[in-house]
Structures are given as C-alpha cells and as structure tokens.
Design a protein. Structure first.
Length: 291
C-alpha cells in the first residue's frame, strides 16, 4: 500500500496554493489523479518519486517510510523503485532505442529484461533507430519500456498520451494495461481524458485547489445514474440530428461511429464534443454524459 499524507506550498496560476493530501492506494491498483491544471497532480507524483521534497508529512510504501519530516527521512529517488513516464518522452536523442533502454539498467543488472520489453512493446524492429526518426506513439512506447527496465514496483504516468492522436492513444492504453498486469505494478496516472480514465482506472482521486474533493470508481465519480453492467462504452458525440419524432446521436467509440436513437429529453444537455457513455437500462441503450 502507498500512503501519502503530505503538505507543500505551491505556486499556481492564481498565486500560492497549499497542496494538502491524504491518499491511500492499494498495491496492484491502477489509479488516476484527475482535476484541472495547476491543482498539484504532477507535484504529487514528483514528491512520491523523490524529485520534489514535501514541505511536511509522511510517505510510506508497503510499510517502509520513504519520507518523514518528523523522522528526518527522505529516501533518494534511485532507491524508491519507481518508473516515471513523462508527457514529453525525455529520451536521449543521441542514443538508439536499444541504447536508451540499456542506459536505464542498474549496475550489474542482467539485460534479459530489455529483450523481453522490446518484444512486449513491439520495438524489436526499431531498436537501432534514434528518437528523431520515430513517431510520437513509438517514442512513448520506448519511454514506457525504459521506465520498466529496472523492474519498478510503482509506475508513474504524467499525461503520457495527451499529445497523441486517438488511434495511437487507444493502442498505447492497451500497452499500459498489458504491462500493468504482467509486472504486477501499482500505477498512478494523470489524465484529463475521461474515456481513458474509465478504460484504465480502478480508482479515481479528484483534486481541486490542492485538496482531495472526491474519490471512487470511474463510474461513481463520473456517472450520476446507476446503469446496467451488460454493456458500457465511452465515446464522443459527433452530431445530433432530428429525424421525425426522435433524435439520431452519432457517437465515436474507438474508431467506429455508432448511431443511437434518443428522445428529446435525453439530448437536452448534450452536444457535439461531449464525452458520454453508451449503456443499457431495461435492455434499451441510453446516453449518459460524463461530467
């Protein structure tokens, strides 16, 4: 279990802000920190990783204290068994894919993990290429593989997919789920994409002005109504058109456009660009807006 009880004064766009969090994350969970920019999400990851020192508080991981102001403990980042993936990839431009991964090895660590990761992330054919010859999705796969070289217990993902197009983003989400399960990771994701959060996360922490204001499953956080578990798909409304006495709502789900018949009362608060869930209620499809 990861337990964070930390405080840190931060500089936000509106001036000084006190980040004051008390979080509990179970081992093996994939959780998301969600909220507007500037509420302390990235700072939280940096404090957990040891790249930023909290003002005060305690961080414990599996009953081991990583940080404590009372006990004067501040474990060095390299001792925290964390893999960190950034939005901007942070690859070494002068090194090949293989060299980027080899650079992450511990001293005397066997290199068989690299062969395994190259296969899992489908990078075998790219291992001799430099980062400037790779696409954004390929670079992010390399960054994810590199973060796993040292076999971390915790994987931190700071909006790693936000710069990618939807098709590549969906593929990378699958890679994240695959390695999360294969290596029994505890993964903490920062994302603003509700569909992505719904697909990946076991639990969501909602932050506002440096405080935790809500937590729960993605359904509990983003959906106000109870729906059947028979089917649930997240998507984005492309268009809403009236046809006779009903409305045809076109929703982009993954790479497919799905048509849903809706009554006027169901589409009053919906419009193109809204994130929604297509679910079932009494065996009929319904549309629920993701807040």
């Amino acid at each position: 279990m990861i337990a964070l009880n930390i405080q840190k004064e931060l500089q936000s766009t509106d001036g000084k802000m006190l980040l004051n969090l008390n979080l509990r994350i179970n081992k093996g969970q994939l959780v998301t920190l969600y909220g507007p920019s500037g509420v302390g999400k990235t700072s939280t990851l940096r404090m957990l990783s040891g790249l930023l020192k909290p003002g005060e508080g305690v961080i414990t991981v599996n009953d081991t204290t990583w940080f404590s102001t009372d006990k004067d403990i501040n474990l060095k980042p390299q001792l925290r068994k964390i893999g960190y993936v950034f939005q901007d990839y942070a690859l070494f431009p002068h090194m090949s894919v293989l060299q980027n991964l080899e650079f992450a090895l511990h001293k005397n660590q066997k290199s068989n993990i690299i062969t395994e990761l190259l296969t899992i992330m489908e990078l075998d054919q790219l291992k001799g290429r430099k980062p400037d010859t790779l696409s954004g999705g390929q670079k992010q796969r390399v960054a994810l593989a590199r973060a796993l070289v040292q076999k971390p217990e915790i994987l931190l993902l700071d909006e790693p997919l936000s710069a990618l197009d939807s098709t590549i983003r969906l593929k990378l989400q699958d890679y994240i789920l695959k390695v999360h399960k294969k290596y029994s990771l505890t993964t903490i994701l920062i994302s603003h994409d509700i569909g992505e959060i719904y697909k990946l996360s076991d639990w969501v922490f909602v932050l506002k002005d440096g405080l935790l204001i809500q937590e729960g499953t993605p359904s509990e956080v983003f959906i106000s109504k109870k729906v059947s578990g028979k089917f649930k798909f997240t998507g984005e409304i492309i268009s809403i058109e009236k046809e006779d006495v009903v409305f045809i709502v076109r929703v982009l789900i993954f790479s497919e456009i799905v048509k849903v018949i809706a009554q006027e009362s169901e589409i009053q608060n919906l419009g193109p660009g809204d994130k929604v869930i297509i679910a079932s209620k009494a065996f009929n499809p319904i549309i629920l807006k993701l807040e």
